[in-house]
Design a protein around this ligand. Structure first.
Ligand SMILES: *Cc1c(COP(=O)(O)O)cnc(C)c1O
Length: 392
């Protein structure tokens, strides 16, 4: 049977998104116009947070978050090894040292128990991190209450890398409200829950951080008459007060973000429905799936199956390749960051994370996205079933 390739993720762009982008293209402002602040306001309202700053990617957002929290050379940043490299690269951009906190084998999020032990040890050695970047893996929140208590005890700042998790909830409140963190970051890359092509967002409840984020997003420049250091010389006058970057998003992208955001609850409901479909379809197979805690509502950015490789006669690579042969775009998320050659040659010492390495040997990501058909989920499941039960 020949079938079209089914990717693991795909954007969902409709006529309203296209119309929004076109109306900006016909307007006076392609960038730094009014649609960006409309998008920021809508995101802040949705996340129930005071401030939101849109930028050109989550990678930029993470970098800015580290800068405004004062991360410098010789400081230390910790994050999860099972994430995209951007979660720790932000520390390297600031010249900091990075290290990794092992994951919980069931939720795949940073394990609070491992974190507690590692913090106690770091305190003894006078090597406490300045920042902890938690990653809400595949769309499920970390155990933020417990993590925040630990972070407060050791005076560690928290950045939430919620690149997978816009639209998700923790303790029945939206991710992004920063109740248990200093800053939260979202990604609007094409494969994520909502998209602007490329794009990102930073949320915070702290005015000082928000003002710094806005300045650093645009070269460290301000035009606000109340914030000038020298005398205001006239209408043209602006001041560069710090070394910022150009991390601005365009109004064209922000317009797409606005219409995407209007559909987010539908997107996330549909992702939950598909995740439940997979639970039913795969229930008799020798696999484990991510455990979702009762106080979490996941946005299901990724649907990952962990193969019980002692029960099957194949390894992950074989299963992966056979799925691809059937035109199913399975993927692997992620290679433990510290195993990357760039990290290996940094000369930093990383504590081995056995749970992360165990996870990495066994997992594949199945297709899940708004627009995936039920019949396609059934096809993916029946192919996986045949492969695992050696009928293929
Ligand atoms: C996608 C992703 C990023 C980077 O997002 P960009 O918007 O592509 O820069 C960072 N962290 C995680 C966990 C991601 O999945």
């Amino acid at each position: 049977m020949s079938r079209n390739f089914i990717p693991y993720a795909r954007q969902n762009i409709a006529q309203d998104d296209i119309d929004g982008a076109i109306s900006v293209l016909k307007s006076a402002w392609l960038t730094q116009g009014p649609v960006i602040s409309d998008f920021e306001t809508a995101c802040a309202q949705y996340c129930k947070v005071k401030y939101a700053t849109a930028v050109n990617s989550a990678t930029s957002a993470l970098h800015l978050a580290c800068l405004v929290l004062g991360l410098k050379a010789n400081d230390i940043l910790w994050t999860s090894p099972i994430s995209f490299v951007a979660s720790s690269n932000c520390g390297l951009y600031c010249g900091a040292q990075v290290d990794f906190v092992d994951i919980d084998p069931q939720t795949y999020n940073i394990c609070p128990k491992v974190l507690a032990l590692k913090l106690a040890k770091a305190k003894e050695q006078d090597k406490l991190p300045k920042i902890l970047v938690v990653v809400h893996f595949a769309g499920q929140s970390c155990e933020m209450k417990e993590i925040k208590e630990l972070a407060d005890r050791y005076q560690v700042k928290i950045i939430e890398d919620a690149s997978h998790a816009i639209g998700a909830r923790y303790q029945d409140e939206p991710i992004g409200n920063c109740r248990y963190s200093d800053i939260c970051v979202f990604s609007f890359h094409a494969v994520k829950i909502i998209t602007t092509g490329e794009g990102g967002l930073v949320t915070t409840n702290q005015l000082e951080l928000y003002e710094s984020l806005n300045m650093l997003r645009t070269h460290g420049i301000t035009r606000d008459p109340n914030k000038l250091i020298r005398k205001n010389e006239g209408e043209w006058y602006y001041e560069q007060q710090s070394l910022g970057l150009n991390y601005r998003i365009t109004d064209i992208q922000a317009a797409i973000g606005l219409t995407q955001l209007q559909k987010i609850d539908y997107f996330v409901t549909e992702r939950n429905r598909q995740a439940n479909n997979y639970v039913e379809l795969l229930k008799d197979l020798p696999i484990k799936v991510q455990k979702v805690d009762s106080n979490c509502y996941s946005s299901w950015h990724l649907y990952i199956v962990e193969l019980e490789i002692d029960k099957i006669q194949k390894n992950r690579k074989q299963v992966f390749e056979e799925m691809r042969k059937h035109n199913i775009g399975v993927n692997v998320h992620y290679i433990p960051i510290y195993m990357q050659p760039y990290y290996q040659k940094l000369g930093m010492t990383f504590e081995k994370c056995p749970n992360a390495e165990h996870y990495y040997q066994r997992t594949i990501t199945l297709p899940l996205f708004v627009g995936l058909k039920d019949s396609e989920q059934e096809y993916v499941s029946s192919v996986l079933s045949k492969i695992l039960l050696n009928e293929s």
